[in-house]
Write a protein that binds this ligand. Structure first.
Ligand code: PHB
Length: 393
């Protein structure tokens, strides 16, 4: 081949490439989560959910290849969260943001979305009020008000008349405390004391002493899932509160499946309410668990952030489909308002007014599964639960 022909060939190639890319651009999705540090397993679950979705549904939408870019945010850190989101939008030119484990990190990103013309699909952060901070945020996880709500009546019906609440002192903890108190007192019970702990509390024995001394027969608690929840449940089990007749109530953050081997037999019988159990019995969940287990490298590591991520990718794929690859955040978000589908957790819907996910909440009990390993066994279903923490509903 002559030099002239080679140059011509290269030019035609470049032209073809540019016409192809104008027609079917690669769409970048930026995912922020804790991929290192104490909460790394939660971030790994985000990634497993994303990878499971792409393995089962393909890596392109309408001819647009999807490229996922991960950014590590090891702990709640709003300034770093904002900087990562900015970098993803400005430098990486992502069209979609997703992930976000902690509420303060989500709150730091939502003010950027309008100017960035970028939707944020939250895979975890669970404070109700996040949805009021931008019309471009959609959530596929849960709120602590939503998961907690059924527990108030359950506790009362189980004979608890006086309860104490113990929560992490930030958005999802305060929402959970309020939701439990409201439902428990509406049923006829009384919350006699409400303790709010700093987020970085690691020694729970003084708290357990206060619970024991309070005279309450029910304990409601919320902490962000990860090392804090493992530490809290261990302290509850080891300080003999169960033996002292104190019943334990919490959303499923407290008994995530990946912690059950470490909690062991002491956790047996703990009742929690939540939107997702890895053991949920459905064909959709079977397929999901198989793909997510492959992605994460072991069934013992799977936990709820994986399903928030899996459904989050479903929403992002629908947004890409509706905009055909063009960056139009409002059109993308409008396209998923009212969207319903069967998630691995059960039937779900994105409410048009709140952009939050409506779903079943299940009462579960830690029990041995068929293979002898501990699971969160679903024992009751509260169907079609909206977020009771949203004042607009
Ligand atoms: C949150 O910060 O919103 C959050 C974190 C972990 C959870 C639940 C909520 O398990």
């Amino acid at each position: 081949m002559t030099a002239g022909k080679r140059i011509l060939g290269a030019a035609v190639g470049a032209l073809l490439m540019s016409s192809v890319s104008a027609y079917a651009e690669t769409i970048k999705v930026g995912i922020i989560g804790p991929f290192s540090g104490p909460f790394a397993l939660q971030g790994k679950n985000f990634q497993a959910g994303v990878e499971a979705y792409m393995a089962l549904n393909g890596k392109s939408v309408k001819g647009h290849d999807i490229e996922v870019i991960y950014r590590d945010l090891p702990a709640a850190n709003p300034a770093q969260s904002r900087a990562l989101a900015q970098e993803l939008v400005v430098k990486e030119k992502v069209q979609y943001l997703g992930g976000v484990y902690f509420t303060p990190d989500a709150m730091a990103i939502t003010p950027l979305l309008a100017q960035a013309n970028t939707p944020l699909v939250i895979f975890n952060a669970a404070t109700s009020a996040i949805m009021n901070t931008s019309p471009l945020v959609v959530r596929t996880s849960f709120t602590t008000a939503q998961t907690t709500h059924p527990l108030g009546k359950i506790a009362f019906d189980e004979g608890v008349k006086k309860a104490i609440t113990v929560v992490s002192d930030y958005g999802p903890g305060v929402d959970a405390e309020n939701a439990f108190k409201k439902a428990f007192e509406a049923a006829g019970g009384q919350v006699t004391e409400s303790i709010r702990m700093p987020m970085n509390t690691t020694d729970f024995s003084p708290i357990m002493q206060r619970v024991r001394d309070s005279g309450a027969t029910g304990l409601f608690t919320f902490l962000p899932s990860g090392p804090p929840t493992l530490g809290f449940v261990k302290a509850f089990n080891e300080t003999g509160l169960k033996q002292a007749g104190i019943k334990f109530y919490a959303p499923g953050d407290l008994t995530q499946e990946s912690d059950l081997p470490a909690l062991g037999a002491a956790a047996e019988g703990l009742k929690t309410s939540f939107h997702y159990a890895v053991s949920h019995d459905s064909p959709e969940n079977k397929k999901f668990v198989e793909a997510a287990t492959k992605a994460i490298g072991g069934a013992d590591q799977l936990s709820f952030p994986s399903v928030g991520a899996y459904d989050g990718m479903h929403v992002i794929y629908k947004m890409i489909e509706a905009t055909d690859g063009k960056q139009d955040a409002k059109k993308a978000v409008d396209a998923v308002k009212g969207l319903s589908w069967t998630s691995p957790r059960g039937p779900v819907r994105i409410e048009a007014d709140t952009r939050h996910i409506t779903q079943n909440i299940y009462l579960r009990e830690v029990a041995k599964g068929a293979d002898g390993k501990y699971i969160n066994k679903e024992i009751q279903t509260f169907a079609d639960q909206k977020d009771p923490g949203m004042p607009t509903q």
